[in-house]
Design a protein around this ligand. Structure first.
Ligand SMILES: [Zn+2]
Length: 280
């Protein structure tokens, strides 16, 4: 009895949380961010509207991993976007979907490949790793994993201007980005500027390394990082083999899901602006 009355009081005060907009309250009460079937249905709709080719990759337990694309080119202008390789990072998956739904004309007119949810089993179960306990973001040098082999095959010969992998971080106090880029080419700081009105930048260190105003930048020395973390992340594989710049964008998991999703949308808006300008 006591507990149920406490629960009622808590939810009442949460709904009246200071600064929460009506849109945020409605979103938090109605989202289905771990519902993979609903997610895939919406992505197939995006593909139909934008004229994107859909490839079904097979994940563990015959779960479906979608790839959506409209090119097989090596011009270096294409955009690579992915989310959900870690199953307990739902804002990345939702942000990518909502951004795509709102940007059909962009998807019709620019070369892209999108992996909307690379670990559907993890998303359903709200777990970082896949069903076999593997952190897939340390496995991009392991083509014996079927999903990895299929991604390698799909992007064979492709050169991307930008590859962006969307993530969340339970330890972060704000948004931040890992920027793997060629010398003199910088995008991370400007992209964070578009996002920080929604959630401020992370200050200080990330995994023991100093960030510069939320940007963790690297142009070389990736072999050492791979050794330290014990495997090849998606962004490192892309930077070394396919992309001029590879960005890993992170939102802090302890902020409101609504605001985290908005951050991913704004980050992607920024990437779209850069891509449009480069195409002019
Ligand atoms: Zn992650």
């Amino acid at each position: 009895m006591l507990f149920s009355s406490i629960r009622v009081d808590l939810s009442a005060s949460l709904c009246e949380a200071k600064g929460m907009t009506r849109a945020e309250r409605i979103y938090l009460a109605s989202h289905r961010c771990h519902d993979v079937d609903f997610l895939l249905k919406r992505w197939r709709m995006v593909a139909r509207k934008a004229g994107l080719q859909v490839d079904d990759l097979e994940g563990v337990n015959h779960s479906t991993i979608l790839a959506l694309s409209n090119h097989r080119e090596s011009s270096g202008r294409a955009l690579y976007l992915s989310a959900g390789i870690h199953g307990d990072e739902p804002a990345a998956v939702q942000g990518l979907l909502q951004w795509a739904e709102e940007n059909i004309p962009f998807l019709q007119n620019h070369p892209v490949i999108i992996f909307p949810c690379l670990n559907p089993w993890g998303l359903v179960n709200n777990i970082r790793e896949d069903e076999k306990g593997r952190d897939l973001n340390r496995c991009f040098d392991q083509p014996d994993i079927r999903m990895i082999a299929e991604i390698h095959h799909l992007i064979e010969g492709c050169n991307f201007g930008i590859a962006a992998c969307l993530h969340e971080d339970f330890d972060a106090k704000g948004v931040y980005v890992y920027e793997l880029a060629r010398r003199g080419e910088k995008l991370g700081a400007a992209l964070l500027k578009k996002v920080e009105r929604t959630i401020p930048r992370h200050r200080g260190r990330v995994d023991g390394r100093e960030s510069r105003n939320g940007v963790m930048r690297r142009t070389r020395g990736l072999e050492q990082i791979v050794e330290e973390i014990g495997g090849v992340p998606e962004a490192v594989h892309l930077f070394l083999n396919h992309a001029r710049t590879a960005l890993t964008f992170e939102t802090p998991s302890e902020y409101s899901l609504y605001r985290r999703v908005q951050c991913h949308i704004r980050f992607l808006d920024g990437l779209a602006d850069i891509t449009r300008r480069a195409a002019e």
